[in-house]
Design a protein around this ligand. Structure first.
Ligand code: CA
Length: 229
């Protein structure tokens, strides 16, 4: 699942990114309101974590604009303010939950997971369980199984597989994969994708006669249940 964090305090943002990444979420970060809004309008996120006190465009303004474009993405608001009137205003604007700073990461995580579960339950056409042939990925429990047997994946392998499976049958370029699975500021060589696909193949396909991961030479990768011809 992919989360957008809009937070200008570097210390807070580092803590959240580290924690969420360890929980296998892909996290994009914006340090001000206008960059955050731009990302929110460009990409599809499963959740937005939004600080209210931001330089430039305020969190309140970001929220207003986000809701104009997407009524459904869950938004968790972070703020140092705890006045009741502020909470009411932001719920009216379409925030789904509210967390007052300072907070413990564990509390943030509980709320993030609850919002994602609720979002997933509301999302039609976007199933929690992705399936390609006998390969199954549960986006809530983050479990992956092939032919009923559990497969252990690292967080990056999981994020890569989730991206491929949610676009099953579609060829994804290395650049698209880098942008989605790694953060957008990643400027390393795109052959890191090849390395991770190799790891995934070993775990997902090696023991099975029917191979699901496909290399499309010169283009990228796909996962598909169609028999290779
Ligand atoms: Ca702030």
């Amino acid at each position: 699942m992919r989360i957008l964090l809009i937070e200008d305090e570097e210390k807070v943002s580092r803590l959240i990114v580290r924690g969420l990444t360890a929980e296998r979420f892909a996290v994009d970060v914006a340090a001000n309101g206008s960059n955050g809004l731009e990302l929110a309008q460009t990409y599809t996120y499963d959740l937005i974590i939004l600080d209210l006190m931001l330089p430039g465009l305020s969190g309140t303004e970001v929220l207003r604009h986000v809701r104009l474009g997407d009524a459904h993405v869950p938004v968790l608001v972070l703020t140092a303010r705890d006045a009741l009137s502020d909470k009411v205003t932001h719920f009216e604007l379409g925030a789904d939950d509210y967390l007052t700073k300072p907070f413990a990461f564990a509390e943030l995580l509980v709320r993030v997971k609850a919002l994602l579960r609720r979002g997933a339950a509301q999302m039609s056409g976007r199933a929690h369980v992705l399936r390609v042939a006998d390969l199954e990925l549960d986006r809530l429990s983050q479990q992956v199984k092939r032919a009923g047997r559990k497969i252990e994946l690292t967080s990056k392998e999981y994020a890569l597989l989730e991206y491929l499976m949610s676009n099953a049958g579609r060829v994804l370029s290395r650049t698209m994969i880098i942008e989605h699975v790694w953060d957008q500021s990643f400027d390393g060589a795109t052959n890191i994708v090849d390395v991770y696909v190799r790891h995934l193949r070993a775990k997902v396909d090696e023991a099975h006669e029917r191979k699901l991961l496909r290399t499309v030479r010169g283009v990228g990768y796909a996962i598909s249940d169609e028999e290779e011809t």
